[in-house]
Write a protein that binds this ligand. Sequence first.
Ligand code: PLP
Length: 480
Amino acid sequence: MRRETITGDITPEEFNDFSSRVASWIGNYFHSIEKYPVLSSVNPGDIIKKLPAEPPLQGEGFDKIMKDFESIIIPGVTHWNHPGFMAYFNSTSTGPGILAEFLIAALNINGMLWRTSPSATELEIVVLDWLRRMTGLHAAFKGIIYDTASVSSMHAIAAARERSGFNIRVKGMSGRKDLPLLRLYCSEFAHSSIDKAALTLGIGLDGIKKIAVDDEFRMIPAELENAISEDRKKGMHPFCVVATIGTTAVTSIDPVPEISEICRRNNLWLHVDAAYGGIAAVLPEMKWIMKGTENADSIVINPHKWMYIPSDFSAFFIKDKNILREAFSLIPEYLRTDDGSAENFMDYGIQLGRRFRSLKLWFTIKYFGVEGLISRLRDNILLSGKFEEWIDRNKNFIKMAPVHFGTVCFRGVKDGLSKDELNTLNEKLMHNINSTGKIFISHTKLHGYFVLRVVTSGIRTELRHVELAEEIIQQEFLKL
Ligand SMILES: Cc1ncc(COP(=O)(O)O)c(C=O)c1O
């Protein structure tokens, strides 16, 4: 006998009601975001304790879901969109991208093939070409959207490995006597995602050579050239260099023109990690940072890191897209099409299913316009300039690296303290600053010193927030 089942989605009337309540929750959230402590102060396990171990057997209704969202989930949220979020690289999102996410979820397309939503494939091609033009990248670059810079760089290094010609796609790497040790180069300040790509792709952490940096934390080209020739003498096979525009710790800029020349002479793939810094090239006065990228093979720029696009959104640009296809394309029978001339984005990476991410970049660029984005990005950089001036004027602090973008590295100083004591002091200072709940900053280590980082590239961060940060940092320093 057939049993009764409950089927179907919520009704259109319910959807209208609930969605307008969610929309108004979001509007109020942004309006009153400063009432929240920027860094969640819950302890590990606190949220788990508040959640039932078993899922509800019967639906609980929208009111209860929203009530639990506010009372259980929100206390465990660190507010990345808060103007006082000045840690890491502070991805912030804005209305147009958030609304696009709403539509992306509603359409719920999978852009694996051109025909599984032609608009997704074609908008991705066009909107990434807009971003390429906005950042002044060479016209030979073709774009692909991945979720994160880590995954973009992994695909770059996979493409480089494919071009090295050892047919690893078919034969793999293990147990092969004909395969020399593949060698990848990046600076000591390259992001850990490069190491992760190496360990994912069978290059191994030992297959990476970290190149020393100069006193502005930039890769030293002569050291790179030496390392390549030393490795060759040892029978290794250099295949790829990763240069960074805007390193995570200090936002230093590797000398891409010189590095690209070394890559050309040695026939090495050049990938540029411009995940954070690359966005600044939207500004006419910052185009210089992209110098030399015209000779690179691939580059990653993350609009979710600094162009106010809701996570996740990483823009990967590559000159020879076919190499990626050669590395990754596998077409099972059920995905075969006779589209012929159409692009099928599933061919360019490990994932089959693809979200309609291009819609959120399109909405954001269309809504603000290139000029609107330029003025917002310029503001972010000006604010870090203001903070830098304050550090330079303040005898209690010392700047630790040149400031190029929206990030300032500094540390507190006190006469008569050893390096270890200074490190303890700065760590405590950071802890106390973050405990105020007003701002959230992060740290790095430079020359063995514990260094604080203040990032002003959030869309809601204004001069008054930077001034508040100065006040809090000064007050907390004087208490130590
Ligand atoms: C320079 C750089 N590259 C790559 C990444 C990794 O970014 P994602 O979180 O998009 O993988 C980061 C993260 O901060 C970064 O700073």
